[in-house]
Design a protein around this ligand. Structure first.
Ligand code: ADP
Ligand code: MG
Length: 204
């Protein structure tokens, strides 16, 4: 079962590795349109997540909620509360049976939490521009099973990330740059793509 506690812990381990190995890239992207801390922020948070012992949690849902709380308390900036809220909401809705439609609903609850907190709409050059099209593709492919749905989501997420490059930022620190934020890839959309690509490797 790909949605069980150990698989979900594997998802977090894979994501933590991607963040750690690409921390400099994330920080460099954030240096161009922000304050050069996105890699360090996410790496600090995911190291704390990896220190959690998954076997001490009664369910994948409880583990995911703790991941969210851990990120809220260890990652500073905008991304800590946003990723933290994502995992809290995903954990609250995470199913205990392998059903792609229910996993899709849980992931969407996470996106809704990000939007409630950060108030970003599509096209404002944030991680929402990667996650939102990813979940649309997940839903469109859920009938073909978790593997197909997650693979389609990962491709759409990367396309959404790349599509942030020409956008002018309307939310977060990058928005202070106005038109000068165009021509740079959004750091949060970049880390979000690592999360969905990790899901596609570990949950299918
Ligand atoms: P900070 O901007 O506080 O330094 P980070 O550098 O860790 O925080 O994260 C920056 C990323 O957070 C951005 O690239 C963007 O994707 C995301 N972000 C910032 N503000 C918002 C928001 N209001 N809604 C959604 N995502 C946001
Ligand atoms: Mg920053």
């Amino acid at each position: 079962m790909a949605i069980d506690l150990m698989s979900v812990a594997g998802w977090m381990k894979d994501f933590a590795t991607q963040i750690h190995d690409n921390a400099d890239l994330l920080t460099d992207l954030d240096r161009e349109i922000g304050d050069a801390d996105h890699g360090a922020n996410m790496d600090r948070g995911m190291r704390a997540v990896i220190d959690l012992d998954p076997s001490t949690f009664p369910s994948a849902a409880d583990y995911l909620k703790k991941v969210g709380m851990t990120l809220v308390s260890t990652v500073g900036g905008a991304s800590g509360p946003l990723y933290g809220t994502f995992f809290l909401r995903v954990g609250t809705a995470w199913p205990d049976v392998e059903n792609p439609d229910l996993v899709g609903l849980a992931l969407r609850a996470g996106l809704d939490g990000i939007i409630q907190r950060g108030k970003a709409a599509i096209g404002e050059k944030t991680l929402v521009d990667a996650l939102s099209p990813a979940l649309d593709e997940f839903d469109a492919n859920a009938g073909d099973g978790m593997g197909t749905a997650l693979q389609a989501a990962a491709v759409a997420c990367a396309a959404g990330r790349d599509a942030t490059i020409p956008l002018v930022a309307r939310k977060g620190r990058a928005s202070y740059l106005g038109e000068r934020s165009a021509g740079h890839q959004d750091p949060g959309a970049t880390s979000m793509t690592m999360l969905i690509e990790a899901a596609s490797r570990t949950l299918s």
